[in-house]
Write a protein that binds this ligand. Structure first.
Ligand SMILES: CC(=O)N[C@H]1[C@@H](OP(=O)(O)OP(=O)(O)OC[C@H]2O[C@@H](n3ccc(=O)[nH]c3=O)[C@H](O)[C@@H]2O)O[C@H](CO)[C@@H](O)[C@@H]1O
Ligand SMILES: C=C(OP(=O)(O)O)C(=O)O
Length: 422
């Protein structure tokens, strides 16, 4: 038996939805907490399966974790043990790789198997490893496990060939205790990186240049405890704004940082979505004008986020004419298109682009969430479709959307989970 999500389409959405803490910040903040020597309390933790997997990993490392309330985690690494990280939980998410930087930084030694996460085409970690080596680590790969060792990490200049989010955060974590100054050039500038650096600085690290492409980290000897509030999830926010654009009469998306969504808002306005952008909310109103085609090119922040292109593609099926989405980050991130075609969309994929021929009527079908944002896109498509859509492999969706069922029910959607034969 398999649990699936079923959605009866055609019901308009109305009301307010509150965006949760950022998945991609949280999954790095939690490993960052173990770098310290005292307890850290983090607020705004989303209830998603990636966080549950990280809690399993923290428990295995002997870190004391207490859930103080629905959204608050207390993490005390005082008695942690640096054991090899080879359990199943490591491969349940991408972000387990942040324990490489955290453990190497703190103990000069880390043993960890390959991380998991969404398959979006190849996702190498060579830049993380090159960064650790530049800081003085020796790296071996044995029996599916990376073994990182360093007598002493020394600050150095590191140029990233690609401004990788994961490599930037991982190298930053490894460098906080390194002797002297580390400079990361061509660093990624995503808001989540600023959030991690902010936490580390509250703990006593000396990181400068967050939000620019040059990060400077001056090594320190000790990191203390602190409290920290996670930034809102810009990808979850974008998902709900697109959902509102597709199906709402009148819907307000709250607890957002609009600056984090500028590229997405511009594209929504370009296709003709009627919206008001406030200081910490976006309000979407129904418009009866036909939606216009557009072209999207995914780019590192502040460009159009690759994590939003899959949900946005669903909206493009409702635009008149041919829209084009081109991926520059993950050139194979188009598995959602075949699933959307099963629902009546007309999308041709010629990597690295998808050509979306609109406008097409969508109908309920059996589809598979091949990855997290494909799943989010299918939820939006199902809300628009005639009839009932059955979404399989929903564990991908649960990796990144806090209380999806409750939020959608509150907005007036008809969604439920059901056990079906495999
Ligand atoms: C947990 C998390 O935060 N995940 C996000 C993070 O993933 P992640 O950190 O894995 O993505 P990166 O920014 O590292 O990847 C960007 C590009 O660089 C390439 N690359 C990356 C590292 C490396 O060592 N070698 C290399 O070639 C990747 O294959 C990809 O083409 O950023 C992605 C890009 O915004 C998002 O889609 C993911 O949601
Ligand atoms: C690809 C994503 O996540 P991860 O890197 O955790 O697989 C995502 O959040 O869209």
């Amino acid at each position: 038996m398999e649990k699936v999500i079923k959605i009866e389409g055609g019901h308009h959405l109305n009301g307010t939805v509150r965006i949760s803490g950022s998945k991609n910040a949280t999954v790095a903040l939690i490993p960052a907490c173990v770098l310290g020597n005292e307890p850290v309390t983090i607020y705004g933790v989303p209830n998603i399966s990636d966080v549950q997997s990280l809690i399993v990993l923290l428990n295995e490392l002997g870190v004391c974790v207490e859930k103080r309330d629905e959204e608050t985690l207390y993490i005390d690494p005082t008695h942690m043990e640096n054991i090899p990280m080879v359990s199943k939980a490591v491969s349940k998410l991408r972000a387990s790789y942040y324990f490489m930087g955290a453990l190497l930084g703190k103990f000069g030694h880390a043993e960890i198997k390959m991380p998991g996460g969404c398959y979006l085409g190849p996702r190498p970690i060579d830049l993380h490893l090159k960064g650790f080596e530049a800081l003085g680590a020796d790296i071996q790969y044995e029996n599916g496990c990376y073994i990182l060792d360093a007598k002493e990490l020394k600050g150095t200049n590191i140029f990233l060939d690609i401004s990788s989010v994961g490599a930037t955060i991982n190298i930053m974590m490894a460098a906080v205790y390194a002797k002297g100054r580390t400079v990361i050039e061509n660093a990624a500038r995503e808001p989540e990186i600023i959030d991690i650096a902010t936490l580390l600085n509250k703990m006593g690290a000396r990181i400068h240049g967050m939000g620019t492409s040059t990060l400077v980290i001056d090594g320190v000897d000790y990191l203390k405890g602190c409290i920290h509030e996670i930034i809102p999830d810009r990808i979850e926010a974008a998902t709900y704004v697109i959902m509102a654009a597709a199906m709402a009469n009148d819907m307000r998306i709250e607890n957002i940082i609009p600056q984090h969504l500028e590229a997405i808002v511009m594209k929504l306005q370009e296709v003709g979505i009627n919206m008001e952008v406030g200081s910490d909310f976006i309000h979407v109103f129904k418009s009866d004008k036909p939606l216009k085609r557009t072209e999207i090119l995914t780019k590192p922040y502040p460009g159009f986020a690759t994590d939003v292109q899959q949900p946005f593609t669903v909206l493009l099926t409702q635009c008149e004419g041919q829209s084009v989405v081109t991926e520059t980050i993950y050139t194979e991130r188009f598995k959602h298109c075949a699933e959307l075609n099963k629902m009546g969309a007309n999308i041709d994929v010629h990597t690295p682009s998808a050509f979306i021929n609109g406008k097409t009527k969508l109908h309920g079908s059996k589809v598979t969430a091949t990855d997290l944002r494909c799943g989010a896109g299918l939820v939006i498509a199902a809300l628009m479709a005639d009839g009932v859509t059955e979404i399989h492999d929903i564990y991908h969706i649960d990796r990144g959307y806090d209380n999806l069922d409750g939020k959608l029910a509150h907005l007036g959607a008809k969604m439920w989970r059901e056990e079906v034969e495999d």
